[in-house]
Design a binder for this molecule. Structure first.
Ligand code: SAH
Ligand code: SF4
Ligand code: F3S
Length: 452
């Protein structure tokens, strides 16, 4: 195909953005662009943006701002703001970024190609934040497989109907809609035919997959995906505690390919705060879900999201979160200082928590979780875990000793989502191998393959 130049795509935000960026890459590839890792070389720069917190939004503006001067030197350079900040800002984006060419909202991706054509014929400052009934679907091309040849994200639903009071997602991604199970299965079959061995099914609340469309339930979708022969592992995110059903727990326990790891965001340990957040469960209900999971799947890996410093959160309520974190013993947590989002109702709530206090709470929580994560990792030494090999480690481990001149330090993940490093002469990306864990580190494990 004739080359039209180079495209650079920068992704900020959640796993769904990673998936969307690959799709945008596929569109650009079809238009004759080659992807580059060097923004200096690019003829088109796309920033796929995230509006979840103020900091993420600022990252998008500062990244795109860097190309104002570039654009003066090379007026043919096309700059695009895509995704959640684009949807939120619309025309306003030009106030801070007058050199921007295209503002591509979250439901405008299916019109990306048309807008690029218009820009190439001389149009400037195009904004598309219009809604769409079409779920943007293109099958990934060979470019997509270069990033990770073993594991891929697959979005199964878009938008969110939960309206947690702090959250911008329903406002920028629109109402919840599920893709047809047939198109999801077709996409994963195609991925598996191309060497992908693990998929992570994505949605803001996968437990309500298909509910509106009266399609398969999420548990039934898992069964369909598990029937794809060449696929070894299935993960999914995110589960909402209020909708985590017995059927799903049973499906997880019954389907070998579904990994024993769950990301279950709790957000807070205080019932009053959970209510103000509109989460639809209490700490006790959350606990009952954890108990049900652990009795069905004993060595379940668990991670969560937590917001500290939600408006009016008292020191005592923060302690309730600390107590919950201690009692549950998550394998890892993602914790955030609450950030006001103007489209979300909590921005108008009274009694904001002071910034310094928010940071102090956040640091305490993170330091505390570090001690738990370390202990959990230490408990893994001596145990054997099954690892899906991802490839040669990007960083050499200090304990790495070459037993033959060919020994490489490889890396992969356990089913419970721990990063595992090990030496090997023969194993390659996509292999499943049993590794005996010798050593635990704060963020990874180190071991030896049992057989090769
Ligand atoms: N759909 C998922 C999470 C989506 S956003 C869920 O319901 O859990 C990812 C995480 O960002 C959230 O779980 C929350 O912990 C955090 N987050 C969302 N809005 C935020 C805000 N305004 N300030 C700080 N953290 C926020
Ligand atoms: Fe945001 Fe709540 Fe929806 Fe998650 S469930 S995306 S936190 S509104
Ligand atoms: Fe961010 Fe949008 Fe994802 S706001 S977290 S990129 S859905």
């Amino acid at each position: 195909m004739q080359s039209n130049g180079y495209a650079y795509i920068h992704t900020i935000g959640c796993q769904m953005n990673v998936y969307d960026s690959e799709k945008l890459g596929t569109v650009l590839h079809a238009l004759g662009y080659q992807q580059t890792r060097d923004p200096e070389q690019a003829d088109i720069i796309v920033c796929n943006t995230c509006a979840i917190r103020h900091k993420a939004e600022e990252k998008a503006f500062s990244f795109l701002g860097r190309f104002a001067r570039e654009k003066q030197k090379n007026p043919r350079l096309i700059t695009v703001m895509a995704g959640c900040v684009a949807q939120q800002e619309g025309n306003n984006a030009f106030q801070r970024l007058p050199h921007l060419d295209l503002v591509l909202g979250t439901q405008a991706f299916s019109r990306f190609s048309t807008h690029i054509d218009a820009l190439k014929s001389g149009q400037r400052q195009i904004v598309d934040t219009a809604p769409s009934d079409v779920i943007f679907e293109t099958l990934p091309d060979e470019i997509a497989f270069k990033e990770n040849p073993v594991s891929k994200f697959v979005t199964i639903m878009q938008g969110c109907d939960n309206y947690c009071t702090y959250c911008v997602v329903p406002h920028v991604r629109g109402r919840e809609r599920s893709r047809s199970w047939q198109s999801i299965v077709a996409e994963i079959e195609m991925l598996a035919d191309n060497g992908i061995r693990e998929v992570t099914l994505l949605g803001q609340n996968v437990n309500s997959y298909g509910a509106k469309e009266n399609s398969l339930s999420f548990a039934e979708l898992l069964e369909k995906v598990a029937a794809i022969d060449k696929l070894y592992r299935i993960r999914f995110a995110t589960s909402h505690p209020k909708d985590l059903s017995k059927d799903l727990i049973q499906a997880m326990a019954g389907l070998d390919k579904v990994c024993n790891h769950l990301h279950l965001p709790v957000q807070s340990g205080s019932d009053r705060i959970l209510k103000k957040m509109n989460r639809g469960y209490t700490a006790e209900v959350f606990w009952s879900r954890i108990d049900a999971l652990r009795s069905a799947i004993p060595d379940m890996g668990l991670s969560t999201d937590i917001i500290v410093g939600f408006p009016s959160e008292t020191p005592e309520e923060f302690e309730e979160t600390m107590a919950l974190v201690q009692q549950v013993g998550f394998d890892s947590i993602f914790a955030f200082a609450y950030s006001d989002r103007s489209s979300a109702p909590a921005a108008k709530f009274s009694d904001p928590v002071d910034e310094a206090e928010k940071m102090a709470r956040l640091n305490r929580l993170l330091a505390f979780q570090d001690t738990i994560t370390r202990k959990k990792n230490e408990q893994m030494t001596g145990r054997v875990v099954q690892v899906l090999v991802e490839g040669v480690s990007p960083k050499q481990h200090t304990g790495f000793v070459k037993t033959t001149p060919h020994t490489r330090q490889m890396t992969g993940r356990s089913a419970a989502n721990k990063i595992v490093h090990f030496p090997s002469d023969t194993l390659a990306a996509g292999d499943l191998v049993d590794i005996k864990i010798d050593n635990a580190y704060p963020h990874s494990l180190w071991g030896q393959p049992l057989e090769q």
